[in-house]
Design a protein around this ligand. Structure first.
Ligand code: GSH
Length: 211
């Protein structure tokens, strides 16, 4: 059984979507960020970086329990555990998948996150921060749109953990007022519709239930 420590955020949804796609049994533990539960000693013993998501798998690679945090590492771990083609084994497809996964973890997540922070949550209105992160979010959407105009999915024709990692962040992009709709990126809109139609994606997005 996999223990998933999470909250209803894009980074948390990546893991619940993949667990649903893989049909791996898991037990969900809500780490309520609004109550700062990520700083509790119990959670810090799991992830000293005080961020969700994190997993504990009682049946690790050597049969012993293993803890994994950082969403990208968790997606790789789970796909490999399940021997899933969501992380292909052929080298060319595998590196394309890891490349687009890292594009999300190092680029899309932090930049969309900052764009959301400066436009929705910053105590003071900081035009420099709003402009800087909005234009970087738009640039990244343009990169994705170009790739999705050439290929059905981010890493090529196959659906992969790179799509699963990126999709929830495009949901949060819809809430960034300086981005508004995703209509300027029609290939992203088409790809989002494809993913939205997947039952496992819908189930994963519904976890954990918001209070
Ligand atoms: N690079 C990390 C980012 C995780 C992250 O930023 N998690 C946020 C929620 S989406 C969090 O737990 N924030 C709580 C905090 O920073 O105290 C990953 O990909 O797992």
């Amino acid at each position: 059984m996999i223990e998933l420590y999470t909250h209803a955020t894009p980074n948390g949804h990546k893991v619940s979507i993949l667990l649903e796609e893989l049909a791996l049994p898991y037990r969900l533990h809500l780490v309520d960020l609004a109550k700062e539960e990520q700083f509790s000693p119990a959670f810090l013993a799991i992830n000293p970086n005080n961020k969700i998501p994190a997993i504990v798998d009682a049946d690790g690679p050597d049969g012993q329990p293993i803890t994994v945090w950082e969403s990208g590492a968790i997606l790789v771990y789970l796909a490999e555990k399940a021997r899933s083609e969501l992380l292909p084994t052929t080298p060319r497809e595998r590196y394309a998948t890891l490349q687009w996964l890292m594009f999300q973890v190092a680029g899309v997540g932090p930049m969309f996150g900052q764009a959301g922070h400066f436009t929705l949550y910053a105590k003071d209105r900081v035009p420099y921060g709003i402009d800087r992160y909005t234009s970087e979010a738009k640039r990244l959407l343009g990169v994705m749109d170009g790739q999705l105009g050439r290929h059905r999915h981010l890493a090529g024709e196959h659906y992969s953990i790179a799509d699963i990692a990126t999709f929830p962040w495009t949901n949060s992009a819809l809430r960034i007022p300086t981005l508004g709709s995703l209509d300027p990126w029609p290939n992203v809109v088409r790809w989002r519709a494809d993913l939205n139609a997947r039952p496992a994606v819908r189930r994963g997005l519904a976890q954990p239930k918001r209070d």
